[in-house]
Design a protein around this ligand. Structure first.
Ligand code: COA
Length: 200
């Protein structure tokens, strides 16, 4: 699994090859608010309006204080820049389930594999560190790139919330997707075998 620096309340850092997940800090909020100023990004993640400073503070208290959440920022190692956020929500260890979220907020960082790595690090954390069985996500139906992104991470479509999302006066479906621990392990084993093959 990914290298994890353990602290009392879980890992502070989850260290990958090109990105690191670090626990969110209040000082990250101005940057996160900037991403939500972008109407296209808001549309992709189902946010209806920009975030005020007060709302950002309340959101931070929520993601850091609620035991059902574990929130990180995504740091691009080459320039130490915070390029996104990733977290678990509706985390319910009793049922070994959680939902997750990955947002690469910096447009210039899209399409370079950072989202995939951040997603895999968070899945490592969910399945290996927390011992969960199921991780789920809801994707706005018109967001083809995100549907593809989650599929590439190993998520499978399990249903559709018809007209679950009202955006710019139009209804869209929400596509519900999930990955189970055995599916994730099979993918991880396959990936490890492939990279060993490359090295030999
Ligand atoms: C969706 C998102 C997380 C993908 O992360 P990323 O770092 O841009 O994607 P990756 O480089 O890891 O690419 C993974 C796959 O997703 C596709 N992809 C998804 N979003 C893309 C984007 N905006 N630009 C380019 N490719 C994208 C890629 O084509 C790639 O597939 P491929 O290897 O077959 O070409 C990121 O673009 C993002 O956060 N966008 C804005 C907010 C959002 O939509 N979040 C997801 C909400 S469900």
């Amino acid at each position: 699994m990914a290298e994890v620096e353990r602290t009392e309340r879980g890992p502070q850092f989850i260290i990958g090859e090109r990105v690191t997940l670090r626990r969110i800090e209040r000082g990250d909020l101005p940057r996160i608010r900037q991403w939500l100023d972008d109407p296209e990004v808001r549309g992709m993640i189902g946010a209806t309006k920009p975030m005020t400073e007060e709302e950002a503070d309340a959101w931070f208290d929520d993601v850091t204080g609620d035991p059902g959440r574990a929130w990180f920022v995504v740091i691009r190692d080459e320039d130490d820049r915070v390029i996104g956020e990733a977290g678990l929500l509706r985390l319910f260890p009793e049922w070994r389930t959680t939902d997750m979220s990955v947002i690469i907020g910096e447009r210039e960082a899209w399409g370079q594999g950072h989202g995939t790595e951040a997603g895999n690090l968070l899945l490592d954390y969910a399945f290996d560190y927390l011992g969960l069985h199921r991780v789920a996500i809801g994707v706005v139906g018109f967001h083809e790139e995100a549907l593809w992104f989650w599929k590439k991470l190993g998520f499978k479509q399990e249903g559709v919330q018809r007209d679950g999302y009202l955006h710019d006066g139009k209804f869209y479906d929400f596509v519900m997707m999930s990955i189970l621990e055995d599916e994730w392990r099979a993918l991880r084993t396959g990936a490890a075998a492939a990279s060993e093959g490359e090295g030999s």
